[in-house]
Design a protein around this ligand. Sequence first.
Ligand SMILES: *[C@@H]1O[C@H](CO)[C@@H](O)[C@H](O)[C@H]1NC(C)=O
Ligand SMILES: *[C@@H]1O[C@H](CO)[C@@H](O)[C@H](O)[C@H]1NC(C)=O
Length: 530
Amino acid sequence: MELRLSTCILLVLCVTSSANGGNVLVWYTEGSHWINMKPVLETLVDRGHQVTVLVPSSSMYMNTNEPARFHYEPFNVTFSLEAMEEFLEEFLQFSVYEIDYMSYWELYIRFTDMMKANLRFSIQYLDGVVKSEAIMTKLKEGNYDLLLADPIYPGSDLVADILGIPLVFSLRFSLANNWERHCGQMPAPPSFVPGAMSKLTDKMDFSERVWNFLFYALQDITIDHTFWNVLDRYYSDVKGTPTSACELMSKADIWLIRTYWDFEFPRPFLPNFKYVGGIHCRPAKPLPEDLEEFVQSSGDDGIVIFTLGSVISNVTKEKANMIASGLAQIPQKVLWRYRGEKPETLGANTQIYDWIPQNDLLGHPKARAFITHGGTNGIYEAIYHGVPMVGIPVFGDQPDNMVHMKAKGAAVIFNLNFMTSEDLRDAINTVINDKSYKENVMRLSSIHHDRPMSALEEAVFWIEFTLRNKGAKHLRVQAHELTWYQYLSLDVLGFFFTIVLLIIFIFIKTCSFCWHRCCVRRGKTKRKAE
Ligand SMILES: *[C@@H]1O[C@H](CO)[C@@H](O)[C@H](O)[C@H]1NC(C)=O
Ligand SMILES: *[C@@H]1O[C@H](CO)[C@@H](O)[C@H](O)[C@H]1NC(C)=O
């Protein structure tokens, strides 16, 4: 009897919770983007929502065999995982070792080539969803209430449009902020908002402002030609009517930007843009015994944590030796995540690991410095725990990220291709012994923690808000409906200009008429009198 009663109560609870919960569809993504998405999805499940994640058959990071509390919806793509890995390898080779030795022109050509290749992969992913009748039928019959997407892989806006459901983006950045500026209508005056990947700060002198202005313009032209053109054709083809991909992107209800004011330079933004940097950050857990023992053996000197991220797991032998010999010269113990051959110059104070619990190490009381490639996830963990950084940025947003940290006095930066082991040693000593670095990163940490709710809670709040209110179009600025000359009030200025011209014209005409009447008449009368 009692058992039946509790089963009944349980059933009622389940039914009501799923009735309150939304049905959320999640767009596929990769790498660090997936690391950021996962805690949000887990929290959504905890709060009674149903979560379904689209996963391509060739995925490097999304592992459908891993036990997860959300549902996976696999779809087929035509390229192999090897093709993707090959592309990534080529991209890394270019970004890590070649880029510093190229002329601007060579760099531009290679970069646009890479962008095009990347877009070809993106289109093949997208084919697997929108061109698969089986998947589209499943999505339509799935009765989803919302699509959550990292737009780094395009097409989520197209699918949200086809399904007629609200769309929430989770985004770190786009090239030169092109998507945010053009499709999101986010204001970005080039005089004080540095373009993403420009490596500039918000304090620009005249020549930097010239460069930033050109940077926006050149990137916009390039992105128009290599990205929007292709997508517009694809979207038009799928929908059967001329469609602007940027316009579909602009329909997103909420943009969750994965940074915050501990990291960003202050800038204008819109009511549907929410800054939720540090979603994945959490308190440190105790370390495994062997690690804890090594960490404790460092004594008062403490430890240095070194990783170049999940994508760059090794470097050339020469670079590895240079790094190892730099690390050998510091008094701290070093935990280095590295998957290459053991460098000959490795010091007794340095241990190499295939994988390290980065967050738990950064949160350890003995953590003194973090040597990082400057990925946003790692930087946020360092900010969360207040650990000064030595940056060796490589690609994407990494150089920019480190510029932000340097400008805020929490990091020093090096280039892997030009640094020496002495540079590395001195840099580590500087961020540890010069107290300003620790103070500055602690200030950022305090800003990070001092907010009404955590980044994760805020991200989940806005997703639930969009679910409850069936969209968030009331936050969408009217700028989306204006042409560029209306937006800049050029038509109004033109109108005023015309009026001023008209007044001047009338004034001149009147003057010349009066002059004619007075002087010419008088002249005539004079002549008559003679
Ligand atoms: C993917 O391909 C496999 C093997 O060809 C097939 O059995 C499966 O139905 C396909 N899945 C979808 C969603 O089309
Ligand atoms: C890094 O490891 C990969 C895979 O093991 C290998 O293909 C690549 O050549 C290595 N890179 C360097 C720079 O040693």
